[in-house]
Design a protein around this ligand. Sequence first.
Ligand code: CA
Length: 234
Amino acid sequence: MTILVVEDDERIASFLAKGLRAEGYATSIARHGEEALALTSVLGDDIDLILLDLGLPDLDGVALLRTWRDRHLAVPVIILSARDRVEAKVAGLDAGATDYMTKPFSFDELLARIRAALRPAGQLGLTLLEAADVRLDLLSKVAWRQGRRIDLAPREWALLELFMRHPTQVLSRPQILNRVWEYGSDPGTNIVDVYVGYLRRKLNRPGLPQLIQTVRGAGYRLLPPTLAGGPHDG
Ligand code: CA
């Protein structure tokens, strides 16, 4: 899951990015409105949620939000602002914000609001994600395969969650890199392959099919066991 943090205050931006990464979210930071617009143009649907400060050096956050909504960017946006007047909240929500939090804020509350904003419509209270024979508890961040608990590091968790949210879809290495690591970061040429390797080792059980398949020249995909009966790779 990728969160775009639009925040000109260096201290708050790095606090947010650090905290979100520790929770397994990939983050990108935009420090002014034009940069945020450029990033949303490039990443589009690869962004899962936006945290938006209102007092930006070049554009007002509410104007930025209106521009996104005019361009049909449907990503949930949580406004995070020191403006605590009712009028500001009404204007923000009416411009298309999903939620509004005032600064100073509790990080735990922000995480809960992020989870709520990311919950698919019609799945109120959903905390479990299931695909193939794997189950993820999104609240406690615990994974199981066929009832056996798997302990994952934050990046491994983020990678598995990405696969679980797109079962059977082939995900390219750049797509995975953008959604699990930071956009534009170059953490090393084969980091995706390395982490897929870690994840496979943790998911593998003797006698059970390999869940994450290599699609030559395209990337990787998670397959339900019924479809994963062919020759196993990795
Ligand atoms: Ca600001």
